[in-house]
Design a protein around this ligand. Structure first.
Ligand code: 4AD
Ligand code: MG
Length: 463
């Protein structure tokens, strides 16, 4: 491999001027004129393409027709020269080697394809500008998240993917089993059937690394997890995937206001990183997906987020002059339409809704003194709704046990988790940020299926 990255030539072209280089990539467009031909070459290192200028006299017509094809891969030897536009550079080709032909049935012939169409060709959609920009932002964003936690003394913990507990208690677990389908169909005795399974007990894919994250935080103080989580949520929405990535910090000695501060600093930090490091990608998303995107992101970096009591949110929604599809009542969960009304219409910036009714939230959340609410918060953002689920954890053994009993949970599956409250319990808090949700927010891409390399949703194992 002796090719120079196209990004390097596009950004540091001056230092390559008049020098011979080799570049390699996929042809996005091939343009022909009488004496000259032009290739727009992309190697994935940059959203922008490098122009290859071909003097047709230097190439045989067979050669020309072999590589003048959208989608073909080529290796180009040539000289870096200034382009027409001040400050830009292109390559005068001397030798072009066809690496891989691309016949005319290549599906990405047009300049514009709908996202719906692209979902039918996940193995090729990565070669579009949208996915080039999306994947780079996803990479930068992920790395910025790591940086934020590493710079603040958090330890990165790898929590298990296969687990025996259901963190969110919503029954959305994918079973993990080695039993044959036909045996499962024959089994009449469930207990016996499970006792013969690989783990000798029920196992599933994790919905959240939180419970194991808490175990680690009770020794390491400040930890975070960052990995895939799975939910068999049978909801067909633009915001739910069956496989998505979560960042889950867990902080010993932190109470709800402390964890809210951490979440706010993290969001600002990573959005600033994307603004600084992904300028051409954001310009692209601004044009293609969301007008005002960069200004929106800059405002997030510059402003304080709103903190709003759930009770207050219900009051606002009741007074709203809007016909909601779902009822608004103290004690009911906020639906997506309610979340969006609050964050888009009322505040137009991120909002932490705090102190939800305990009946609609998970068993592990700290019960407030009012006996009705828990010290939990969801961070809502315009355009997407919930991107973070967060809470202080119940640190009292008896209260936690009662909350589990009230929900009909099998305490035997959670003895380790309960032990944390028995042996040196401390106040602690944590949250889960959905990576795809924040990706939707920073790119303006409206469907979760388009912010993942492959999306897994109910009824569709995109492949
Ligand atoms: O609010 P959730 O269910 O919270 C938890 O799982 C906690 N155990 C997190 C914690 O405190 N450590 O999920 C957290 C976030 C949501 O706010 C959302 O961003 C994302 O995960 N999320 C999903 N993203 C895509 N598809 C789905 N089906 C999602 N479900 C949750
Ligand atoms: Mg939630």
């Amino acid at each position: 491999m002796n090719n120079t990255d196209i990004l390097e030539i596009l950004t540091n072209g001056k230092s390559y001027e008049s020098k011979k280089v080799n570049v390699a990539g996929w042809i996005r467009t091939a343009r022909d004129s009488k004496t000259m031909a032009f290739l727009a070459l992309n190697d994935g290192t940059s959203l922008n393409h490098l122009q290859i200028v071909i003097d047709k006299e230097k190439f045989s017509s067979e050669d020309l027709s072999s590589f003048m094809k959208t989608g073909a891969s080529v290796s180009v030897d040539g000289t870096v020269v200034p382009a027409m536009k001040e400050g830009e550079y292109e390559i005068n080709a001397e030798k072009i080697e066809l690496l891989g032909d691309c016949p005319a049935d290549y599906p990405l012939q047009k300049k514009f394809h709908t996202l719906e169409f692209l979902r039918t060709i996940p193995h090729l959609r990565v070669r579009t500008n949208t996915f080039n920009a999306m994947l780079r932002v996803r990479s930068k964003l992920s790395f910025a998240l790591h940086r934020f936690f590493q710079e603040n003394g958090f330890v990165y913990i790898h929590t298990p993917i296969i687990t025996g507990s259901d963190c969110e208690g919503a029954g959305e677990i994918f079973r993990v089993t080695t039993q044959m389908y036909k045996d499962a169909m024959k089994a009449t005795d469930e207990e016996n059937y499970i006792a013969n399974d690989f783990f000798r007990r029920k196992a599933g894919l994790t919905v959240s690394g939180q419970l194991e994250g808490e175990v680690a935080a009770m020794a390491m103080g400040k930890i975070y997890t960052f990995g895939p989580t799975f939910r068999a949520e049978n909801s067909n929405t633009p915001r739910h995937a069956a496989e998505f990535w979560q960042i889950e910090p867990e902080v010993a000695f932190a109470k709800l206001p402390d964890i809210i501060q951490i979440a706010q600093s993290m969001i600002k930090y990573v959005i600033k990183a994307v603004l600084d490091e992904c300028q051409s990608e954001l310009d692209f998303f601004e044009k293609a997906f969301e007008k005002g995107l960069k200004e929106k992101l800059q405002n997030v970096v510059d402003s304080e987020f709103v903190i709003l009591e759930y009770t207050e949110a219900i009051k606002i929604l009741k007074e709203a002059k809007v016909e909601f599809q779902y009822p608004v009542e103290w004690g009911l969960d906020l639906q997506s339409e309610h979340e969006r009304y609050i964050t888009e219409k009322v505040f137009n910036k991120p909002v932490f809704v705090i102190n939800y009714p305990k009946k609609i939230k998970s068993f592990y959340m700290k019960q407030n003194d009012d006996g009705l609410t828990v010290a939990a918060t969801d961070l809502l953002v315009p355009g997407v709704g919930e991107i973070i689920g967060c809470s202080e954890r119940e640190a009292d053994y008896e209260k936690l046990k009662q909350a589990m009993v009230d929900r009909g949970m099998n305490l035997d599956d959670y003895t380790g988790y309960l032990d944390l409250r028995k042996y040196g319990s401390v106040p602690h808090s944590g949250f889960g940020l959905g990576l795809e949700r924040i990706m939707m927010y920073v790119t303006g891409i409206g469907n979760i299926r388009d912010v993942q390399l492959y999306a897994r949703t109910a009824g569709d194992l995109m492949a």
